[in-house]
Design a protein around this ligand. Structure first.
Ligand code: BEZ
Length: 413
């Protein structure tokens, strides 16, 4: 199934992934004249289980729209591979554009109250996740987070209904502190978007950079969806640190990487970032301007495993473009849902059993071993320290170091 561009922009899209149509009320025979009521349903219909309604809440507009598009493609790819079913129920997707925290909260309420979805998945922005946490928790609605990294949701605001297959911001940022101090030096400047994810990232980086003897000279913040990085890059130049630790994603990342080069900083001041900043979506737009950048992420296109190769091949075949980390996360989220719902044989009303099943699912996915920490319900990651290098004339994230079993501590340190 292919979704056209205009469909991404639609506020609400309900899609049945039915391979064979499921008989609905409209398909029932009309009552015979003189009969007391509707004719008995045919046997097949009596046995049919209701569809499994899944709300997909991701950005289809704004700075992170490409992330939402990639995630949706990966969800659809996996659900299609699963035959469009989980636990014998036809999968039906209700898609919503997550927007900002207020919009995200409104959309969650709609998915819960109006659409009555069985569960929700997606969410890209940390501030949206933090904003919807209480609504999800109070509604006892299962949420499978497939991107947003807000630390608090794995710590003080942990909920038994929330499972995260992506990362906490701490996991990505803190994996780089020791590496930055060892490879580049002990004086850093941080460059991050001015919202929850940026703030979490700086804390995470500070945590391990300072333990490694590093000192942060200045925390620089830019607005999310920033048009021009010149004033921030001028500050970096003037401070002349040993290394810059940055985070940007989507269109912010494209602009920042391009301007980093234009301002003569590439090759002058080492930069290490959350790998979103030089992910496949960004490399496709900036090309050689990213060569030399270091980053950390739980995935790399170049990972040479059978699971990653198969995933890349299927994604490319269906969509004609390379997947990225957002697709890998959503693909794993879709598999987690299908495997857990299969285990409870489609009975999502037995929520306790479904939540137990969700905690226990393990498999080998594109990022490696998939396993949730049973205490926090947040993924245990393998982190890859990558450098963009020219490989056969193509900018490629080459894995330089690997950090295994990287867990969020589950408490603020
Ligand atoms: C976040 O807000 O958590 C986020 C957004 C884009 C990429 C990674 C994290």
């Amino acid at each position: 199934m292919r979704i056209g561009k205009s469909t991404w922009l639609a506020g609400l899209v309900v899609i049945s992934l039915a391979l064979a149509g499921c008989a609905g009320r409209a398909g029932q025979p009309a009552p015979k004249a003189g009969s007391a009521g509707p004719a008995p349903a045919p046997r097949a219909e009596q046995a049919a289980k209701p569809p499994l309604k899944i709300g997909i809440l991701v950005p289809y507009s704004g700075v992170y729209s490409k992330l939402g598009e990639s995630m949706t493609r990966a969800y659809e790819l996996y659900f299609e591979e699963a035959g469009g079913k989980a636990g014998g129920r036809q999968i039906e997707l209700v898609k919503e554009d997550e927007g900002d925290p207020q919009t995200g909260l409104r959309k969650v309420r709609k998915l819960v109250e109006q659409d009555q979805v069985d569960m929700i998945t997606g969410i890209v922005r940390s501030d949206v996740l933090a904003a919807v946490r209480d609504a999800v928790h109070e509604a006892k609605k299962i949420l499978i987070v497939a991107n947003a990294g807000a630390d608090v949701v794995t710590r003080e605001k942990k909920s038994p209904y929330i499972f995260r297959v992506s990362f906490t911001n701490w996991q990505i940022a803190a994996s780089q502190g020791e590496v930055a101090a060892r490879l580049f030096g002990k004086k850093a400047v941080t460059l991050n978007p001015d919202y929850q994810a940026g703030k979490d990232n700086v804390k995470g980086f500070r945590d391990t950079y300072e333990k490694a003897g590093g000192k942060i000279l200045k925390e620089i913040y830019f607005p999310l969806g920033n048009a021009d990085f010149a004033p921030y890059l001028a500050q970096v130049k003037q401070l002349n640190p040993d290394v810059v630790y940055a985070f940007a994603a989507g269109s912010d990342a494209v602009r920042l990487v391009k301007q980093w080069k234009e301002y003569g900083l590439l090759g002058q001041i080492p930069i290490i970032s959350n790998g979103f900043m030089v992910e496949e979506d960004v490399l496709a737009a900036v090309g050689a301007d990213a060569v030399g950048h270091y980053s950390a992420l739980s995935w790399a296109y170049s990972l040479d495993t059978p699971e990653n190769k198969a995933f890349i091949e299927k994604f490319r075949k269906k969509y004609g473009v390379a997947p990225d980390v957002y697709a890998a996360q959503a693909y794993d989220a879709a598999r987690l849902i299908v495997e857990a719902v299969n285990q409870v044989k489609g009975d999502t009303t037995n929520q306790a059993a479904l939540m137990e099943a969700l905690k226990k699912v393990t498999f080998r996915g594109p990022r490696g071993e998939f396993k949730l920490d049973p205490t926090t319900q947040n993924i245990i990651l393998t982190m890859y320290i990558r450098q963009v290098q020219n490989v056969d004339g193509k900018p490629t994230n080459v894995v330089r170091e690997t950090i295994k079993d990287w867990k969020d501590p589950g408490v603020t340190r």
